[in-house]
Design a protein around this ligand. Sequence first.
Ligand code: SF4
Length: 412
Amino acid sequence: MGVSGASGVTEQVAEILDKYPGGIRLVDSIEYLVAWARANSLWPLIYGTACCAMEMMSTGSSRHDWARFGVEVARATPRQADLIVLAGTIVEKMGPNLVTLYEQMPAPKYVIAMGSCAISGGPFYYDSYSVIRGGDRLIPVDVYVPGCPPRPEALLYGIMELQKKIRKEGRRNPWKVGKLLDTPFVDTHSMAKQEWTAQEKEKESGLQLARERFKTENPDYKPAKPQRLAKEKFAAVTRVEVRNNGLDNASILTAVQKVFPSVTLFRQTDITPDNVAGLGPEYILDLEIGQGQYTELVRFLKEDKDLGIDLLLQVTAVDWQDHFDVLVHLLSTRHGHKLFLRCPVAKERAEIHTISDIFRGADWHEREVFDLFGIRFIDHPDMRRIFLQDDFPGYPLRKDFEDPERVVKRPY
Ligand code: SF4
């Protein structure tokens, strides 16, 4: 990195020296020195987007320590980096940012695609609406390191391959291996392996001698036969009863039905509190209400002192093909009980009132539902897509969504 501007110097030196006898040779030597320095002082940009990033971090940490190869000082800014290791899945929304980062890096700059995702989209190649099928669709990749994820040794090997490539760069013929560039690469891994093998051999021959000496000194020795241990019988473990946290379902339902008699239970026809009690403590109450009373019911659940529901866990949706259900998952942190609340939304007019004014946390959840299902939340403070790019065609979690790049067809 520190020598990125040096090729300009060699250009100038070449202009002066090329015409003298031996000048070309001298300039080539300087150039090789520059390339060598560049190869051994790579500064990587911090760029890890998924699981492969763990392996990359491990490569940088003490056990594998990529600093041994001159890959040092992972930078948090592209302006001070000349290597980007694409470690992980690259999604469509991130694409333009990756290109910007790459463009902000000073030349000469290099790219390693680490892992199947960065090489080709990996496990997301066939059935994904959001993953870019390979970093090289956006920026030029110098070295590909296969694996899912590749181990640190594989990344180190990739770095060594990149270093070889950089050492071959030159002003006269950037990719041709000239005489000067034939310098053998010092493969410390193989050297260490050979050393270890030699040491192991030496140790094994010493052990063999010791075994033979023992046999001569103890001719009657017989090793003990391994004994099979009798299987021990353990007492049966008593199952711990499920802890019945908070109010029971029947009491919650009674309290809700008192104020909202039209509330029903999802997929339960007979919804008397007795029947609900019969569903057992593991059943989580799944209330259903029409759009007219949806926000009122959410507010009631939050404000009722006895129910004490104070935490919104999630807002999501289900596509039932003929309609959507918007689903709210609520919890009482004080008492421990939780419940679902669902509200049907028509497909032709996919909108419902926001509850972000009641539970602030609903804001991003509702944006996610909008992004993936296309359900609009009326009076939401910032109704924009959250994951996908603004011009993404369609809503990928709708059952009728067709991704033009999809290879696997859904079975409906
Ligand atoms: S290649 Fe495998 S390990 Fe690496 S980011 Fe993709 S899924 Fe994760």
